[in-house]
Design a protein around this ligand. Structure first.
Ligand code: C2E
Ligand code: SIN
Ligand code: SIN
Ligand code: FE
Ligand code: FE
Length: 525
């Protein structure tokens, strides 16, 4: 995927816009929470005409907050989707000074929206003339803001998938650590490494539950500068961690300063400079085994994905602790870890369905049907594990397909098809680095191959197409045809069934079609 070139693209686009509009500066600001929790913005990109002074590194923009900076009017207007434009000398006093200091005489600023939320702005300065922006010019600027918004949205989707891949890889590292180490403290330290990196926190610790005394005791930590929080035992129900263990629920605190007395456990704690905090109970087999605490020296936006991953890591930790206690490190049931992975994959495939709004539930449905058909065709349970993962991830490569194509209401053009046909290759590129998913690649990579050799991406023909992919193809098309798509309404089941029968030996493996039709009749679906 072309994440590396995103910045270059934007730079190029800004300079193109700057020259086309004969502006002095063109820049993009991104909104972000200022330290006090109010909304602010930071400069992200800037183009300047020759002899104009760049402003992107101006100290004025460090910790810039809309209201505090005297730009509350801009916040109100831009957040409503409306532009700010005009001559600086006509602007209110609170705004005029800073703008004039940058040599600006006329300005047009258009909000950028991403996923329907106000994300930031694109601005155009004129330092040479008191330009009056025409309605047509403003419309053109709004159109470019829309294009930036779409590009950023796509970039976000790509970053999200990269991040989730790293999450899966990290879980695998933890699995290896648990499997290979006899010493719980070694395992905990490896897990805490992953916790701090993947959750972007500065420090983390694990407290273990002593069920006899109902106290939590420090077991391992990462990233602390002092010996804070290492000594005292914490009774169940006291302090943040004690409450988390008692209530069995994640707790999050974006600003520790607002809760001054909670960390009286340690006098050294204040010297750590922690700002944000979260804690998750470690629960295995219904028992609280301990608490995972994470700390950050800057505030943190606890978004749902972050919280879900914290929960996943806490689940892994609990399993590690539990299996250590049970088998004394000698033996361990692998199945629970595999279950934890598969929960991750389900979350992942749900995210995909969400994007492709029309196919909600599609992934779980096709996975379930594929497993039924695979079993009916005699695949064994060892193979079924990989079939399940492959089916859940079958269209993961569509993450790389832009919304304009994926959600297009009409037929695709030739150029769009070239891109759409890459989705199995994207899936291959994304998943093949993850060793535990490699045996699950058959479906994502080969589900659009056809029995007669006319499919893509490799044009495989007949038996060389992996059986899992041949089975999945029938189910995928069945589900696609019987569902509404952005480009057509659902077909009646009889028509879909006739299509599948007719494609036996062309699109589909005839043996699979036969098994499918037999199964279909049996369940009367
Ligand atoms: P999808 O919608 O999940 O469809 C999966 C497969 O089901 C398709 O693979 C195709 O083999 C079959 N299928 C789906 N709808 C129809 C249909 O109306 N008639 C027939 N005969 N078969 C159908 P295919 O063709 O390789 O397409 C892959 C993906 O490309 C589709 O996934 C969908 O996301 C997209 N796509 C396909 N056709 C169009 C289109 O006309 N417009 C748009 N916007 N997207 C399309
Ligand atoms: C993950 O945490 O690895 C993926 C689950 C998700 O956030 O969709
Ligand atoms: C998207 O928002 O386009 C990507 C799907 C997701 O991760 O939610
Ligand atoms: Fe597909
Ligand atoms: Fe699909």
């Amino acid at each position: 995927m072309k994440t590396g070139t995103f910045e270059q693209h934007v730079e190029e686009e800004l300079s193109r816009l700057g020259e086309a509009t004969a502006a002095s500066r063109v820049y993009i600001f991104e909104n972000r929470l200022a330290p006090e929790g109010t909304l602010g913005a930071v400069p992200r990109f800037e183009w300047v005409a020759p002899v104009i002074t760049p402003q992107i590194d101006s100290p004025e923009y460090r910790d810039f907050a809309w209201r505090v900076g005297g730009f509350g009017r801009w916040e109100n207007t831009l957040s409503q989707g409306e532009p700010i434009h005009g001559l600086i000398r006509d602007f209110p006093e609170s705004e005029r000074e800073g703008l004039a200091a940058q040599g600006i005489r006329s300005i047009a600023v258009v909000p950028i929206f991403v996923e329907e939320k106000w994300w930031g702005l694109i601005g155009f300065d004129d330092c040479a003339a008191e330009r009056v922006w025409s309605a047509a010019e403003l419309d053109a600027l709004k159109a470019s803001a829309g294009i930036f918004g779409a590009a950023i949205q796509r970039k976000h989707a790509e970053e999200r998938i990269q991040q989730q891949l790293q999450h899966v890889a990290a879980l695998h590292q933890i699995d290896l650590a648990i499997a290979s180490s006899l010493d719980l403290s070694v395992t905990l330290s490896i897990v805490l490494d992953q916790v701090t990196t993947q959750l972007h926190v500065d420090a983390a610790n694990v407290l273990l539950m002593n069920s006899a005394t109902q106290t939590l005791r420090f077991a391992a930590n990462r990233g602390f500068r002092t010996r804070a929080l290492q000594n005292a035992d914490l009774r169940l129900g006291t302090g943040h961690a004690g409450r988390v263990a008692l209530e069995r629920q994640i707790a999050t605190i974006p600003h520790l300063a607002n809760q001054p007395n909670e960390f009286s456990r340690s006098a050294e704690f204040a010297r750590e400079g922690f700002v944000a905090y979260a804690a998750a109970p470690l629960i295995a087999k219904g028992q609280v085994r301990g608490v995972l605490e994470v700390f950050r020296r800057h505030t943190l936006d606890f978004d749902p994905e972050w919280l879900r991953y914290l929960e996943t890591l806490a689940g892994q930790l609990a399993i590690a602790i539990d299996s250590h206690a049970m088998f004394n490190g000698l033996q361990r049931a692998n199945t629970e870890l595999m279950l934890a992975y598969d929960t991750t994959l389900e979350g992942w495939s749900k995210a995909l369905d969400l994007r492709d709004k029309e196919t909600e539930g599609h992934t779980l449905r096709v996975t379930e049907m594929t497993l039924r058909l695979a079993r009916a065709m005699g695949m064994n349970e060892a193979e079924i594990v990989h079939v399940r993962r492959g089916a859940l991830l079958h269209d993961i490569g569509k993450m790389g397909i832009p919304d304009s194509i994926l959600l297009k209401p009409g037929a695709l053009t030739d150029e769009e098809w070239v891109i759409m046909r890459k989705h199995p290759v994207y899936a291959y590129e994304l998943l093949s680095p993850i060793s535990y998913l490699r045996p699950a690649l058959d479906i994502p990579y080969a589900h659009h191959e056809k029995w007669d050799g006319s499919g893509y991406p490799r044009g495989l023909k007949g038996e060389p197409i992996p059986l899992a992919a041949r089975i999945f193809a029938v189910i995928d098309v069945w589900d696609a045809l019987t569902s509404d798509r952005p480009y057509r309404k659902a077909w009646p089941e009889a028509k879909a069934r006739a299509h599948i029968r007719e494609q036996a030996g062309k699109h589909f493996d005839p043996r699979v079609v036969e098994a499918f039709l037999a199964l279909e009749l049996e369940v009367g679906a």
